[in-house]
Every structure is written in structure tokens, then in C-alpha cells.
Design a protein around this ligand. Structure first.
Ligand code: LLP
Length: 492
């Protein structure tokens, strides 16, 4: 340790390379926040016309705030981007909103209003979509282990497309469609061997993962489907990963999948028909379009992404002399991620000094009243987020901070690295942007912490779209409370 330790304390020494020291630790990085986000005259964060302190007075903390216009706008823009890109090649595109990113009846309705379809992957998600009034024909049903009752339900209600994932599932569907005497359209999920994550993609002969068929196995699966009376084959499906920037991975994957698609056309395997009764081959390339969690993330704008992917598919089709299939996409995060902002209250702060050998580095821990129970992504994936004071602007300069939750676990991190104003103090509100996707759906009750409400905001008004839990909700599940359990009685 240096002799004069106090003088040698360096605030930013523990900062990762990607985190730039901001001129103003109160600024709102463009692209990371909903477009409506700004600060009012008091310095408070405003979302969709409502200051954060007002939202918190009404709904408490933590609260997940969804900017409704931002979500609807992203949905519309996504559909337009892919629709326009396909139209330039004389084709058509469909967009399925991936409900796993966040699903409630309200959000499902926003998506349907915007012209999207909805992709679900469990009986629960299917129930939400149906409760929202989503026409069954506009639902796609995913999953590597759809249970028999789920497949039955899907066929019974007339789900538009089931994306089949295994030979066993094909046999189950064969039996179910016969038993119910109903036709069912399917896509076959293939594992193209391409896996993309953010800036890189990996292309292997076979990917070692649970989803889909290898390209060879898919050809045999389609042959089997062809034998089935009541199962119509619409095309292939492929999802290469999540939080993807750029189009290279999609291009590589589409190229591989189209080779099989072309062979299946030759074999006349496509039997599902479109609205006009003619056979309508589909190619579904999944979702995975990346968003900005921090200012270091620079996602490709959706229109550019759509053009790049669709042009690549059209090129590959031209090379093979085949018509452009109806293209389908399944974005979740890129639609609902950025509209979400989580508001927390700061409870405690403390500074920790770390001797790095050459200097004493300092990190400030800012504890908030939520954590891995409302956002598991940092703990699960090492995901990076950003944060800003939401109740006011700080007056002191930037201090390297780590925002942590209240759970009894040291991995309970909300924002790993962020520069926050030096005067962050208990009672301040803190906002974490880009929490609309894969936060509420992955929420837990760890440490018996109730899950927060989800509030939609638009044009200066706010309403609860998913109510928060109370401790009573958690106690209600405990069979030893209320009823006076048999064990307790027996012991008396
Ligand atoms: N289609 C399929 C078949 C998928 O498996 C997924 C995501 C999507 C579409 C939507 O992907 P998106 O556009 O939202 O990236 N929990 C992880 C992400 C898991 C994604 C699972 N599948 C996370 O929080 O990063």
C-alpha cells in the first residue's frame, strides 16, 4: 500500500474499460432510456410525462415502469421495417412478439394492435395471450418439452403454428390431431449450428444444445410430418441467440437453413396454405435483436437490421433460384426491453477500499430495496446495466458505484459498474433503464421478497398492469398457515 493511502485513493480504478467517466453523472444516455425520458425543472426523471417521485408516491418501490408508447412504437417500427424490407423483394414478413421477454394481457394487446402476432412457450403464456383476446390463429407455440396437455390445448384452441422440436413431439401431435380430428400447421425448429451472442457468432457443424433438430434430422422429421394426415408443414424455424448486434450471424444461419428449405421445396413437402388457399412456405428466423443496456452498447437500428437480414435471405434465395418464403421474426427484448425502467429507493451506501497493489481503489456500494428477485440477469448472466438518480440530480461529481440489492447473497448485484453522483444518499430514488425484458418474467420470491408491480405509463397517466405481491400473497402459499396443519394439530 502506498505511504499516503488517503491521497492515493482512486475512485475509477476499479472501472471496466467499457465504462467511460461521464461529464455529468445525471445525464440520460440516448438509446438506453425510453425516448420520453427527461429531467424536469426539479431535476427529477420523467417518463411518459410522469415524474418518478409521483410514480413512487402512488405505487411504491420497487416498481417496473413500462412506457406504453415506446413499446407500441417499437412494435410498429419492427413490423414496418421487416414488412418494407420483404416488400422490396416482392415478399411478406410477419412479426411474432416473443412473450417470454414480458407477457401480460395489456402488453399482448399492444402487440396485436400494432399488427404483431404473439409467440408463447408454455400453457401459462398461452393462457395469458388467449385471455388478452389474441386470436389463436396469431399465436406461435414454442418449447422443447411441450407437455401433452399443452399440445392438446394448443390444437384445441386453434393455435396458428406449433414449432415442433423433437421426433417425440411429432408423434404426440399426430395422435392429438387424430384424436381431436383437427388440422395443425407446424414449423420444424432447426439448429443451424450458428450461435450468436452480441458482437460475435459461432458457427459449428452441430451446436450442443437442447433446442431443435440438426439440419439432417430436420429433413427426416419433415418427411415424417408429410405422412401425417392432419399435420401441415409450413416451413423451418431457427433462433440463433440473444442480444445480437449486426446481421452476420443471421446471414450465415439463413444460408444454411435455406439449403434445406430449397431441398424441401423440391420434395414438395410444404403443405400449409395461406389465406388464398395456395401453399405458403414460411421461414422463421427467430428473434434476438440487441438493445442498449449501457451507453457502451450500440445496437443496429431495427430498419437497418431488417434490411440486412432480408436482403441476405433474398440473395440466398436468388442463388438457389427459389422464391422468397414468407419471413417471420420473433423479437422480444428489442420491443419491450427499452420501454422498461425500474425505480428503487436507496437504503444504505458504503464505500469499500480495495488495494490493487499500485493504488487504493474505492468503490461505493449503493443498496436498493430490490435486487436479484426483480432482476436476476446480472446474477444469472453477468448482465450489465446502468443507473441514474431519479428523484433529483446529484450535485457532486461521478463516483464509481455498484448498485446492489437487499438479498442475502453477495452476487445480488443490480448494476455492477456505474458512475453515480457522489452525494447519492438514503431516500434517493434510483432508476435502472432497459429492464422491460427478462426481468419481471425471471423474478422470484427469494428471501420472501414480494414481486413488484408493473405500471404502464402513457401521456401523463399511469396504471397498474400487473399488481405487486404482498407478504400475505406469499404467506397464502404456506400450507402451515391459516388452516392449522395436521402436523401442528397432531403435535399438540
Ligand atoms: N424466439 C425464440 C425461439 C427464443 O428462444 C427467444 C428467446 C426469442 C425468440 C426472443 O429473443 P429476444 O428477441 O428477446 O432476444 N433470459 C435471457 C434471454 C433468453 C432468451 C430465450 N429465448 C436474457 O435475459 O438475456
Amino acid at each position: 500500500m502506498p505511504d499516503d493511502a488517503a491521497a492515493a485513493v482512486v475512485s475509477g480504478a476499479l472501472a471496466p474499460e467499457w465504462l467511460a467517466l461521464p461529464d455529468d453523472p445525471n445525464d440520460l444516455a440516448p438509446g438506453v432510456w425510453p425516448a420520453s425520458a427527461h429531467r424536469d425543472a426539479d431535476g427529477a426523471l420523467v417518463i411518459a410525462g410522469i415524474p418518478a417521485p409521483e410514480l413512487v408516491r402512488t405505487f411504491g418501490t420497487p416498481v417496473l415502469v413500462l412506457d406504453e408508447d415506446e413499446a407500441r412504437d417499437r412494435a410498429r417500427r419492427t413490423l414496418r421495417a421487416f414488412g418494407d424490407a420483404a416488400a422490396r423483394h416482392g415478399g411478406r414478413a410477419r412479426v411474432y412478439y416473443a412473450g417470454k421477454a414480458f407477457l401480460s394481457t395489456e402488453v399482448a394487446r399492444w402487440m396485436i394492435d400494432a399488427g404483431l402476432n404473439v409467440d408463447v412457450c408454455s400453457a401459462g403464456e398461452l393462457a395469458v395471450a388467449l385471455a388478452a383476446g389474441v386470436p389463436a390463429s396469431r399465436i406461435g407455440f414454442h418449447g422443447n418439452n411441450k407437455r401433452v396437455f399443452e399440445l392438446e390445448r394448443a390444437v384445441e384452441v386453434g393455435v396458428g403454428t406449433i414449432i415442433v422440436d423433437s421426433d417425440i413431439e411429432i408423434e404426440r401431435l399426430a395422435a392429438i390431431t387424430e384424436r381431436l380430428d383437427r388440422r395443425q400447421t407446424v414449423l420444424v425448429r432447426v439448429n443451424s449450428g450458428v450461435h450468436a451472442e452480441t458482437h460475435h457468432f459461432l458457427a459449428t457443424a452441430h451446436e450442443d444444445q437442447k433446442f431443435g433438430f440438426t439440419l439432417e434430422a430436420a429433413e427426416r422429421a419433415v418427411e415424417r410430418i408429410h405422412e401425417l394426415e392432419l399435420v401441415d408443414f409450413a416451413g423451418l424455424h431457427c433462433h440463433i441467440g440473444s442480444q445480437i448486434f449486426g446481421t452476420a450471424g443471421f446471414r450465415e444461419s439463413a444460408s444454411r437453413v435455406l439449403e434445406l428449405h430449397a431441398r424441401l421445396l423440391e420434395q414438395e413437402r410444404f403443405t400449409a396454405t395461406g389465406a388464398d388457399g395456395s401453399v405458403e412456405p414460411v421461414l422463421n428466423l427467430g428473434g434476438g435483436f440487441g438493445i442498449a443496456y449501457t451507453r457502451a452498447d450500440t445496437p443496429t437500428p431495427i430498419a437497418e437490421l431488417a434490411d440486412g437480414i432480408v436482403d441476405a435471405v433474398a440473395d440466398e434465395c436468388a442463388v438457389r433460384g427459389i422464391p422468397l418464403p414468407v419471413l417471420a421474426f420473433e423479437p422480444g427484448r428489442s420491443i419491450i426491453g427499452t420501454p422498461g425502467v425500474t425505480l428503487y429507493e436507496v437504503g444504505t451506501t458504503k464505500s469499500v477500499q480495495v488495494d490493487t497493489g499500485s493504488a487504493v481503489a474505492e468503490r461505493r456500494y449503493v443498496s436498493v430495496d430490490g435486487g436479484m428477485s426483480d432482476n436476476a440477469r446480472p446474477a444469472l448472466y453477468g448482465a450489465q446495466y446502468s443507473a441514474r438518480l431519479a428523484s433529483r440530480e446529484g450535485v457532486e461529481g461521478p463516483v464509481l458505484s455498484r448498485v446492489v440489492g437487499l438479498h442475502c447473497e453477495s452476487g445480488d448485484v443490480v448494476v455492477d459498474h456505474e458512475y453515480l453522483p457522489g452525494d447519492v444518499t438514503p431516500g434517493d430514488l434510483l432508476a435502472v433503464p432497459a429492464t422491460g425484458a427478462y426481468c419481471a418474467p425471471l423474478a422470484s420470491n427469494y428471501n420472501h421478497v414480494p414481486r413488484p408491480p408493473v405500471v404502464a405509463v402513457t401521456g401523463g397517466t399511469a396504471r397498474i398492469i400487473v399488481r405487486g405481491e404482498r407478504i400475505e400473497d406469499l404467506l397464502a402459499r404456506d400450507a402451515g398457515i391459516d388452516t392449522g396443519s395436521a402436523v401442528a394439530e397432531g403435535e399438540e
